[in-house]
Design a protein around this ligand. Structure first.
Ligand code: K7E
Ligand code: CUA
Length: 776
């Protein structure tokens, strides 16, 4: 039918007939290919019904959004990885402890200042061992405002504002040398906990290992979070000094256990290895006893003690010494299964689930029983330092055999149901912590560490999905050399009888430790900044520059450039300095439209940055190398992106300029000028059309469109001046110059038209007035 219609209609010569036949053949083949049905695809790719069902549960069509957003620790990369669930599509790497060039993080002065907060003993720590991200909570559930994450190697905590997914603050621990057990927050994000791991003399002093028991110490730090400012307040933060027990992961109490925090430990043997000295190694001595100590800490009371006179200052940081902690009854110890890793408080706050890697049982403790023992001072004994120890059997609720190498636990939306990772068995166990009954086990690939369910560590877990964070990928992906990607496995936990593995996602960054996932609808990230914002402080930058205010200011050897970025030029386009000058270039992105980011780099000067709409940031360097250095925008921002360029001229010392001619002045004629004017008139007609459409709509109901209209208006507003100049030059008979100015007039038109068309498309796609009317 189609064939006959086409041939009859076009008829024509033999040549075109042949061509047409070829085209039709091609389209016929295409049609057959596209008509491949599901069964055929399944056969071709070797997929089963189960695979298709799994695909349907994760596949997210183009333009589709995810239900949950995950924040994964980036391990050695020092980054946070953001991805969607269930699609498992990676959305962003957020630079935290490590420079990230795409975001300009660690390249612009403003973000360098954040990374500099993380310097230790005068050294840059341009890497981090990122372990545990924590989302801020209100009343025990995620509120979508902040993300905290720790660096284990260089004991630090970072604050990421989820308003723009940027790192805003890094704090270094002033008393401990190495910290693993953080970040975890209490139900209202008053404090972020971070526990020391490998014991060391306090404040980094030197003490010989022979004094391990007397001088080496562990401890926990409670960083005070100032909600108003969105920053940690070191002046109101404090640490408790603890025995050298290798304090590990922690969790805060909830509901009835709110006000308390729980910190595991391993190597409570206080063993010091030294295999080369003839002593049995750490691993033997650190696992000799059957139990280690769970530390139960009354942090609310500790905060009061920290504010009082019994606390001391170490390196300017508030510290509660061990003796004070004992006298004030801030800490009690409970024996816990050998070499534990995670401690997880149940959503109702009544149970603490702890697994010992070297004990095949997972222990469930009862908060009611712990509280009663604390209140009645029912101590079984004291540790060598004087901390009271409870009788484990009096506070245990259950001991459950789940499998080998149990590590971490996360909770389900179904009451009582919890998931525990089994490292040695490479499995996820689903069980009930109230009844102690094992419900299901699912093999994973391979050697799972943490696992994560949706809001799984809050008072209100959402169930649905679980992600297994595996330590090894081995054969799961196409080989890419001896260093393998990480494997995050998505598991469907919606079916109450059986867990189902849905998807393997390779993560090509550092070793993942923990991940947290929040309902996407709870996040409200901004799409632009208020014009002139220093995004790292959230304040208005003193270097904010408006259109038309661009300038270069010299004071002695210091040159400051106040510039702007907007499609498609960098103003100024030429920067001339002298060898030896200290140069700072402040740039403001004038755009308002969504996703109109510009980059800026100066070749061979190592200068780089990223400017999102509204952002002001600066780059500084010493112009120590004379020569000509092109600069340009590094984001493909518009049709004339390649022309978004300029020159940095660094004049050699003592260079005397010779006057020369810049360019030919008579290249363009009157005919060229008239041709350009005609083009401009035609373009204006297009613009009028688009503007007419937008104005006829309820466009003010769409903030995205309002921003686009403002951007377009800005571009159009610039036309008057260049038009006047074009006309003046033409009147004087300077057609060369007149043509160039008329060309610039057209540039503004093109940009305005481009933005206008985006606004029009947006209105059409998002159902503005007439579109809605047409649909009825
Ligand atoms: Cu790798 Cu929580 Cu630091 Cu466990 S951690 S497995
Ligand atoms: Cu701005 Cu490319």
């Amino acid at each position: 039918m189609i064939r006959r219609f086409g041939v009859r209609r076009l008829g024509a010569s033999r040549f075109s007939m042949a061509l047409l036949a070829g085209l039709l053949m091609a389209s016929f083949v295409c049609m057959t290919a596209s008509a491949e049905n599901l069964q055929q695809v399944m056969k071709r790719r070797g997929l089963t019904q189960k695979d298709i069902l799994a695909a349907a549960k994760t596949y997210t069509p183009s333009g589709g959004r995810d239900e949950f957003i995950a924040f994964a620790s980036g391990g050695q990369s020092g980054h946070i990885i953001v991805y969607g669930i269930p699609s498992m599509r990676i959305l962003k790497y957020v630079g935290v402890f490590t420079p990230e060039p795409w975001q300009g993080y660690g390249f612009e002065d403003e973000s360098k200042a954040v990374l500099d907060q993380g310097r230790i003993n005068g050294k840059d720590m341009n890497w981090g061992d990122v372990h545990h991200p924590a989302l801020s909570e209100t009343n025990g559930d995620y509120d979508g405002q902040f993300l905290f994450v720790n660096d284990k190697a260089n004991p630090r905590i970072a604050v990421i504002d989820l308003e723009d997914f940027e790192t805003k603050q890094i704090v270094v621990n002033p008393v401990f040398q190495n910290m693993h057990g953080g970040a975890f927050v209490d139900s209202n994000t008053n404090y972020i906990i971070h526990a020391a791991q490998l014991p060391a003399p306090v404040a980094g002093e030197y003490k010989p290992l022979e004094l391990f028991n007397e001088e080496y110490r562990g401890g926990v730090t409670y960083w005070k979070f100032d909600r108003e400012k969105g920053r940690i307040d070191p002046s109101r933060s404090f640490s408790i000094i603890l025995p050298p027990y290798s304090q590990d992961l922690s969790d805060f109490g909830k509901g009835p256990s709110d006000g308390y925090s729980f910190t595991n430990s391993f190597c409570s043997e206080r063993y010091v290895g030294g295999i080369e000295l003839g002593r049995p190694p750490f691993e033997a001595g650190c696992s000799a006893k059957d139990t280690d100590y769970l530390h139960v800490i009354n942090w609310r009371k500790a905060a009061k003690v920290a504010a009082g006179r019994k606390a001391i200052k170490v390196n300017g940081h508030t510290v509660i010494p061990m003796k004070v902690a004992i006298d004030e009854g801030l800490v009690v110890l409970i024996p816990e299964p050998k070499s534990p890793h995670g401690v997880d408080v149940s959503p109702d706050g009544k149970y603490m689930v702890i697994s010992g890697k070297l004990d095949s049982h997972t222990y469930v403790y009862s908060w009611d029983k712990i509280k009663k023992a604390i209140d009645t001072k029912d101590w079984a004994e004291k540790d060598p330092y004087g901390f009271p120890i409870l009788d484990m059997n009096k506070v245990l609720h259950a001991q459950v055999a789940l499998g080998l190498g149990p590590l971490h636990s996360q909770f389900d939306s179904v009451d009582g149901v919890v998931y525990t990772s089994l490292y040695v068995d490479s499995m996820v166990a689903r069980w009930n912590y109230r009844t102690g009954k094992l419900l299901d086990r699912l093999p994973i690939h391979y050697n799972i560490g943490h696992l994560m369910t949706m809001h799984g560590d809050t008072v209100k877990p959402r169930g649905k999905y679980l992600v297994a964070l595996n330590k090894l990928a081995i054969d799961r992906f196409n080989p890419v050399g001896p260093l393998h990607p990480q494997n995050h496995q998505l598991i469907d936990i919606g079916d109450k009888n059986k867990m189902t593995l849905l998807y393997d996602m390779p993560l090509p960054l550092g070793e993942p430790h923990y991940t947290v996932a929040i309902e996407a609808k709870l996040l409200k990230p901004r799409i632009r900044y208020k014009s002139g914002t220093n995004t790292r402080t959230g304040e208005r930058s003193p270097y904010k520059t408006r259109a038309g205010e661009e300038r270069i200011v010299r004071k002695g050897k210091k040159v400051e450039v106040f510039g702007t970025l907007i499609r498609s030029h960098i103003t100024p386009e030429i920067i001339e300095v002298e060898e030896g000058d200290d140069v700072t270039i402040h740039l403001t992105n004038l755009e308002r439209a969504e996703d109109q980011t510009h980059g800026f780099t100066i070749s061979k000067y190592g200068v780089n940055g990223s400017w999102e709409p509204g952002k002001t940031a600066s780059v500084s360097f010493k112009a120590d190398e004379p020569g000509v250095f092109p600069y340009y925008c590094t984001e493909f921002c518009s049709a004339l992106h390649l022309e978004m360029e300029g020159y940095l001229l660094v004049k050699p010392k003592g260079y005397k300029a010779k006057v020369g001619k810049l360019m030919p002045k008579d290249q363009y004629t009157k005919a060229d000028y008239e041709k350009q004017i005609k083009t401009n008139m035609e373009t204006q007609a297009v613009i009028d059309d688009v503007v007419g459409f937008i104005m006829s709509q309820n466009y003010k109901d769409f903030p995205e469109v309002v921003a686009l209209v403002q951007d377009a208006t800005d571009q159009l507003a610039k036309i008057d001046e260049v038009k006047k100049r074009a006309e003046e030059e033409a009147a004087k008979g300077n057609y060369h110059s007149a043509t160039l100015w008329a060309g610039q007039w057209w540039q503004y038109q093109v940009k305005a038209a481009d933005i206008g068309l985006r606004a029009k498309t947006y209105l059409e796609q998002h159902g503005s007035k007439t579109v809605k009317a047409a649909k009825k």
